[in-house]
Design a protein around this ligand. Sequence first.
Ligand code: ZN
Length: 349
Amino acid sequence: MRRPRRPRRPHSMKAALDARRAEQFRRAFEGEIASLRGLYRKASSDMMQVLADAAATPLTRARSISHLRQYNTILANLGDEAAAWMQLNLPESYKAGVAFSDGSIGDLRRAGINVRRRQRDVFTQVHREAVAAIVQEMQRTTDFALAQIGRRSKGVFRRVGIEEVAKGIAEGKTRVEVTRGIKERLLAEGKPVFKDRLGREWDLDRYSEMVARTTSREAATQGTMNRLREHGLQLAQVSAHGAADFCVYYENVVVCIEGEHPVYPPISAINGGPPFHPNCVHVLTPFVENLATDEEKAAGKIEPELLDKSPAQLQRQFRKDFPERARAEGKRVRQEAALISGRAKRRAQ
Ligand SMILES: [Zn+2]
């Protein structure tokens, strides 16, 4: 089978501009994402503190209820703070996507392309609904993770106290030993981590960071696309800045974002557009056929065998096509994982 590869691209000025814009966007939101992560980290450490306090004295029923209440209060406050973060920041990300399109549309106008003026009243509603849907989606994801932790902690306080005491009596352990057993189990089982569908454990702050980053980028892409549609632009192109992962197959690819196109596939065929994975920095820019050279048009065509492939399938393909780059990337991911688990361990001590 022919291995699909995306050749090196010619227009370096456009690539440089894309890279700069992607970097600008990343910087604009890093601070907010870090502050959200900080909230989660603080709450996680407060929850661990409650567990440590609970473990320090033998658990009575009254004490467990009180500790559980403290734990849940921290969790509920965190939920409120996260919701406020979404209400404030996701509309900003969306607007950044809109502004990004405005920049590109300005470039087109300056190049003499006749771009349709937008119909204000129709689209105000579209933008508002799009933002609301994105906020709602992130809210659902967050609620799900926090509810999972809430459910687990409820069981932990009750179960651990009863079981360890009973076990201690049966085995004739000293009170110190029983207390140590409780402490270990409380800290292990009550740890505020989120387990995803694949059974992977995430530190809450890491998880929230990933969700916030992905959602901010999704919001920006939605803003970009809706603004392009608003101006009657049908085609969009994925930015190119030398991806070190499977995104390389999508760089420069042109997709149709409105209706159908005889040449270019719908955006749904490339996983709905960027972000393609949690730390993806790719963005969409308008593509105007009349303005493109034959070379650029050819570069915008994706190999048919890469259409409708999941990120996991594409990443496998990437490992086959670019073994060295995949190894370098794998190393980075492993280092990151080691860092995360090391930090989690230190925090639990
Ligand atoms: Zn990407």
